[in-house]
Ligand binder design. Structure first.
Ligand code: CU
Length: 113
């Protein structure tokens, strides 16, 4: 009757490993940010490292989304009405997103582990 006990111990030892690898393989979530009336909606969002923001232009004018936050810079450049672009955030921190065409447009992204 020693074999079942050994097998049980093996399973118990391997379980944490399986759980850990499942966590690493988990993909980030996608969040949608609309641009309408020359505003980001929502204007502030809390996400996790590895998550993606998809920016949709719901206006009838062009926008130009960018970030100059050190270490988290990007520039989508001219985005036409109806277009969508995605940015994935791989580091934690607070990123300020702006529009180069409409200086009052502002989005704050809080990224945590
Ligand atoms: Cu704009």
């Amino acid at each position: 009757m020693r074999l079942p006990v050994t097998a049980l111990i093996c399973v118990l030892l391997l379980l944490p490993l399986a759980a850990a690898s499942a966590h690493v393989a988990q993909a980030g979530s996608e969040h949608v940010i609309s641009q309408k009336g020359k505003k980001f909606s929502p204007g502030q969002i809390d996400i996790k490292v590895g998550d993606t923001l998809t920016f949709i232009n719901d206006d009838k004018r062009r926008h130009n989304i960018y970030s100059k936050t050190p270490g988290q810079t990007f520039n989508i450049r001219k985005q036409s009405p109806g277009a969508r672009d995605s940015i994935t955030f791989d580091d934690n921190g607070t990123v300020e997103v702006r529009c180069a065409i409409h200086p009052k447009m502002r989005l704050v992204v809080n990224i945590s582990e």
